[in-house]
Design a protein around this ligand. Structure first.
Ligand code: ZN
Length: 249
């Protein structure tokens, strides 16, 4: 059994390394997705701002036409003012002129305001366009970099999976089955050391009789608290620890 447990520890190191590499891959892919998501959002914002600008411009055109009409009416009334004969009519035309003047003034103010809005919108569009160009370049180079890293990780995965397969054939079916069952229940360690009367996976005490069995290493022993496979810590002295294996990866 001691030999089986040693093989299992080796298999576990491989599996932990594989887990780590796979989560690294997921991180890389998620980061790329995040960047593209940000770019998509910016492009969407840009398009809606362009539409907005078009609307403001068409409003500007309408206001300009309005102003032209008002000015024409104004000059018509001014011409008329010189031709009127009665006082009553004079006053009426004069008040019309006043009202046209007021409305021309108001429309001019509105046009001025629209011009400001157009200018700031154009500025913001330009900023977004520049940012989009920058982002696209960044994403393209990130993608190229990520592709290289992913390919390297895939290579590592293939090599580890070969070793994994090999290690699995050397462990007995019963032990592998137990190991797989524990790993399917929770990620991480499935086989842990027992030391000084306790399990190093959950730090709970192991019954003294069971600790003796673990030390003997003739049977498959399971921690009564965390249900992981236990081995006597001294048996693994000199072996690469799972954390060391991870640091290398
Ligand atoms: Zn335990």
């Amino acid at each position: 059994m001691k030999e089986q447990l040693a093989l299992l520890r080796e298999l576990q190191n491989i599996d932990l390394e594989l887990d780590e590499i796979k989560s690294k891959k997921e991180e890389i892919v998620a980061r790329l997705k995040e960047n593209t998501g940000f770019l998509d959002k910016l492009v969407e914002d840009l398009n809606s701002q362009k539409e907005e600008l078009e609307e403001i411009r068409s409003l500007q055109r309408r206001k300009r036409d309005d102003l032209k009409e008002i000015k024409e009416s104004l000059s018509g009334r001014q011409k008329r003012l010189r031709e009127v004969s009665s006082n009553k009519e004079y006053n009426a035309v004069e008040s019309e002129i006043e009202s046209f003047k007021k409305s021309a003034e108001q429309t001019e103010e509105e046009l001025l305001h629209l011009l400001e809005v157009i200018e700031s919108t154009e500025e913001s569009i330009k900023e977004k366009e520049d940012k989009i160009v920058q982002l696209r370049e960044g994403i393209a180079s990130d993608e190229a970099e990520a592709e290289k890293r992913l390919a390297a990780l895939d290579e590592k995965i293939t090599a580890l999976e070969d070793r994994q397969e090999e290690a699995r054939t050397e462990v007995s079916r019963r032990v592998i089955h137990k190991y797989d069952f524990i790993r399917s229940r929770r990620p991480g360690l499935a086989i842990v050391a027992a030391r000084d009367g306790h399990c190093e996976g959950c730090y709970m005490a192991v019954p003294p009789q069971q600790f003796i069995e673990i030390q003997r290493g003739e049977s498959l022993e399971i921690c009564p608290s965390c249900n992981r496979i236990l081995y006597f810590w001294e048996d693994a002295v000199g072996e690469e620890s799972p954390t060391e294996a991870l640091e290398e990866a």
